[in-house]
Design a protein around this ligand. Structure first.
Ligand code: HEC
Ligand code: HEC
Ligand code: HEC
Ligand code: HEC
Length: 512
C-alpha cells in the first residue's frame, strides 16, 4: 500500500515538475532577449539605408538580405479568376500577386499595374499613402515634409525619394537599436481601441506590434488641411478602423458609421469595402496569439552561430525553419505538424472558393437585374448583402497566413460571408423573376482574361503604359535617388527581375 502511494506521489511530482519546466520554457522564450554588444552610430539620411547598418550588425543584415530568395511571382488573378469580377472598378482587378520577401516591397509596388503609369509627380491613380508600408524612407519624408504633406498628392510625388525597401529603421531606433514604430497611425489605432500604446506595451507584445504597423487593416481617411502658405489641401491618411474592436463586425460598424466605401463595383454598382490585410488582428484571435506567442517567435527565430545568438531576419514562411520556429514549443514530429498546417489550408480553400464563386455570381446577376430594369430600390437589400459578405470574405483571406494564424476565425468569417452571398442570390432570383427572367446563368469566369474583360479592363493598354513608365520616369527616379545619395542602387541589384506581365532582358523591359 505504502509503496504504491509513494510511487503515485513521486509520479505526480515528476509530472508537476515537467509541466512547470515546459511552461517555464514558453515564458522564458517570451522574455528572452539577445544582448546587444554594439549600438549603431548612424544618423541623418544614412539610417534609412539598410546597407549602412551592415557594419554594426552583419548577421541581421545578411539574413535580412536573404528575403531576396522569396522573389517568385504568383499571379493570384490567374489562380482565382473570380477576383477581377469581385473587384471590378478597383485597382486589385488589374494586378494582384502573392506577397514576396521584404526586399522586394518597393519593386512590387512600383511594378504593379495598380500604381499605373504616371508621367510626372502629379499623375497616376494612387495617393502617396501607398508607399507607407514599403520603406523606411517614409519616416524620412514625414520628418521632412510633415505628416499631412506626406499624405497629400499622388503616389508619383515621392518616386525619387522612396527607394529603400522595408528595413532596419522601420523597426529599430537608430541610436539604441531598440524596437520602435515610427509611423503615427499604429499608436492612434491602439488608443482608439483602448489598448496600450507601443511604448506602454511589454517587450513580447512589441515583438508583434512592429509587424502590426504594416500587417493590419487600414483605410485612407480624408483630412482637409491648410498649409503654411494658406493653400487648401486634402490629405489621405492611413488610419486603423479599430474604434469598435479588431474583428470584422467591429470594423464594419466603424466604416458604416463614418460612411466609408473603398469603391463602387463596376458590374453590380455595389458600394464595397476592400479589406487590406488584417494579419495582426487575425493573429490575436488564434491560439498562438491568445497564448502570447509573437510574430517574431515564428517568423524571426533565434539562431545560434558559434557563440553568437541572434534573431533571423529572413522573414519568410516559418515552415522553412520549423526546427527553430516550432520545435522549441512542440513535441510532435515536423512532418506531422506540417501535415496539420496543410490540412488547415485545404479546409480554408474549399470554403474560400465556394464563397468567391457565389460573390462573383451575385455581382453578375445584379448586373443582369439592372439590365432588365430592376431599380436601385429593388436592389438595395441585395447590395447590402454583397457588401457585408464581400467584406467578411476578404477579411478572412486577405492576410494570406490567417488560415494558420486563426483557423476558426477564418472559417467563421468565410461561412458567414457565404451566407450573405447566398442570401443576395436568393433575393436576386425573385428580382429577376419579377422582371421576367426565369433561368439566368451568369457568364463563365474561369480565366483571368475573360474576367478582366467582364470588369471592363483593357489589359494590353495598361501593360504598354506601364512599360513606358518603366523605360522613362522610373529610370529618372533611380538616377535622382542615386545622385541625392539617399539610395545605394547596388544593394538592390536584381530586384526588378519579373512581373506578372513582363520580363527583363539586358536591362530592357519586355512584354511576357
Ligand atoms: C520588421 C521589423 C524588423 C526589421 C525590418 C529589422 N528588424 Fe532587427 N529585430 C526585429 C525584432 C522583432 C527583433 C527581436 C528584438 C527583441 O526581441 O529584442 C530584432 C532584433 C535585432 C537586433 C538585436 C539582436 C538580435 O538579433 O535579436 C539587432 C542588432 C537587429 N535586429 C538589427 C537589425 C538590422 C541591422 C536590420 C536591417 C538590416 C533589422 N534589424 C531589421 C525586427 C526587425
Ligand atoms: C514597413 C511595413 C512592414 C513591416 C514593418 C513588416 N512587414 Fe511584412 N511585408 C510587408 C510588405 C509590403 C510585404 C509584401 C512585399 C512584396 O510582396 O513585395 C510583406 C511581406 C511579408 C511576408 C511574406 C514573405 C514571403 O517571402 O512571402 C511575411 C512572412 C511578412 N511580411 C512577415 C512580417 C513580420 C513577421 C513582420 C514583423 C516582424 C513584418 N512582416 C513587418 C510590409 C511590412
Ligand atoms: C505560431 C507561429 C506563427 C506566428 C506566431 C505568426 N505566424 Fe505568420 N505564418 C506562420 C506560418 C506557419 C505561415 C505559413 C502558412 C503557409 O502558407 O503555409 C505564416 C504565414 C504568414 C504570412 C503569409 C506569407 C505568405 O507568403 O503567404 C504573413 C504575411 C505572416 N505569416 C505574418 C505574420 C504576422 C504579421 C504575425 C503576427 C501578427 C504572424 N505572422 C504570426 C506562422 C506564424
Ligand atoms: C512559443 C511557443 C510556440 C511556438 C514557437 C509555436 N507554437 Fe504552436 N502552439 C503553442 C501553444 C501553447 C499551442 C496551444 C496548444 C496547447 O496549449 O497545447 C499551440 C498550438 C498549435 C497547434 C494546434 C492549434 C490549432 O490551431 O489547431 C498547431 C497546429 C501549432 N501550434 C503549430 C505550430 C507551428 C507550425 C509552429 C511553427 C511555425 C508553432 N506552432 C510554433 C505554442 C507554440
Amino acid at each position: 500500500m505504502k509503496s504504491k502511494f509513494t510511487f503515485l506521489l513521486i509520479g505526480s511530482l515528476i509530472a508537476i515538475v515537467t509541466m512547470a519546466l515546459l511552461s517555464a520554457n514558453i515564458s522564458e522564450r517570451k522574455t528572452e532577449k539577445v544582448e546587444l554588444n554594439k549600438t549603431p552610430e548612424i544618423s541623418g539620411t544614412d539610417q534609412y539605408k539598410n546597407d549602412e547598418w551592415q557594419k554594426y550588425y552583419p548577421r541581421q543584415y545578411s539574413s535580412w538580405m536573404k528575403t531576396k530568395e522569396s522573389g517568385d511571382i504568383l499571379d493570384l488573378l490567374k489562380e482565382y479568376p473570380q477576383l477581377p469580377i469581385i473587384w471590378a472598378g478597383y485597382g486589385f482587378a488589374k494586378d494582384y500577386n502573392a506577397p514576396r520577401g521584404h526586399y522586394y516591397a518597393i519593386q512590387s509596388n512600383t511594378n504593379t499595374l495598380r500604381t499605373g503609369a504616371p508621367v510626372d509627380g502629379k499623375t497616376g491613380p494612387m495617393p502617396t499613402a501607398c508607399w507607407t508600408c514599403k520603406s523606411p524612407d517614409v519616416i524620412r519624408m514625414i520628418e521632412r515634409d510633415g505628416e499631412l504633406e506626406y499624405f497629400t498628392g499622388k503616389w508619383a510625388k515621392y518616386g525619387s525619394e522612396i527607394k529603400n525597401s522595408i528595413g532596419c529603421a522601420n523597426c529599430h531606433n537608430n541610436e539604441t537599436a531598440e524596437l520602435r514604430v515610427s509611423v503615427p497611425h499604429l499608436n492612434r489605432g491602439l488608443i482608439a481601441a483602448g489598448l496600450p500604446t507601443f511604448e506602454e506595451s511589454t517587450h513580447q507584445v512589441k515583438r508583434s506590434l512592429v509587424c502590426a504597423a504594416c500587417h493590419s487593416e487600414y483605410y485612407f481617411k480624408k483630412n482637409k488641411w491648410t498649409d503654411a502658405d494658406g493653400k487648401e489641401k486634402l490629405a489621405k491618411v492611413v488610419t486603423f478602423p479599430w474604434k469598435y474592436g479588431l474583428n470584422s463586425e467591429g470594423m464594419e460598424k466603424y466604416y458604416d458609421e463614418v460612411g466609408h466605401t473603398d469603391f463602387v463595383n463596376k458590374i453590380s454598382k455595389t458600394p464595397i469595402l476592400k479589406t487590406q490585410h488584417p494579419g495582426y488582428e487575425m493573429h490575436l484571435t488564434g491560439i498562438h496569439g491568445q497564448k502570447g506567442v509573437a510574430c517574431a517567435d515564428c517568423h524571426m527565430p533565434y539562431t545560434q552561430e558559434g557563440s553568437v545568438k541572434y534573431s533571423d531576419h529572413q522573414l519568410q514562411n516559418p515552415l522553412n525553419t520549423m526546427d527553430r520556429s516550432c520545435m522549441n514549443c512542440h513535441r510532435e514530429s515536423e512532418a506531422k505538424l506540417k501535415g496539420i498546417v496543410k490540412q488547415k489550408y485545404v479546409r480554408k480553400t474549399q470554403l474560400h472558393i465556394i464563397t468567391m464563386d457565389n460573390l462573383a455570381k451575385a455581382h453578375l446577376e445584379t448586373a443582369k437585374a439592372m439590365e432588365v430594369g430592376a431599380t436601385d430600390e429593388e436592389l438595395k437589400a441585395v447590395r447590402q448583402d454583397i457588401r457585408t459578405g464581400q467584406w467578411k470574405w476578404d477579411y478572412a483571406v486577405a492576410s494570406h497566413g490567417a488560415f494558420f494564424h486563426a483557423p476558426e476565425e477564418v472559417l467563421r468569417n468565410l461561412s458567414v460571408a457565404n451566407e450573405y452571398a447566398m442570401q443576395a442570390r436568393i433575393k436576386l432570383v425573385g428580382v429577376l423573376a419579377k422582371h421576367g427572367v426565369m433561368d439566368y446563368a451568369a457568364p463563365d469566369f474561369d480565366d483571368k482574361a475573360a474576367s478582366q474583360k467582364l470588369a471592363g479592363l483593357d489589359f494590353d493598354k495598361m501593360v504598354e503604359a506601364k512599360l513606358e513608365f518603366k523605360r522613362t520616369l522610373e529610370k529618372e527616379w533611380n538616377k535622382t535617388a542615386v545622385s541625392n545619395k539617399t539610395w545605394n542602387q547596388d544593394a538592390f541589384k536584381g530586384t526588378d527581375n519579373e512581373t506578372a506581365y513582363s520580363k527583363t532582358v539586358n536591362g530592357e523591359y519586355i512584354r511576357k
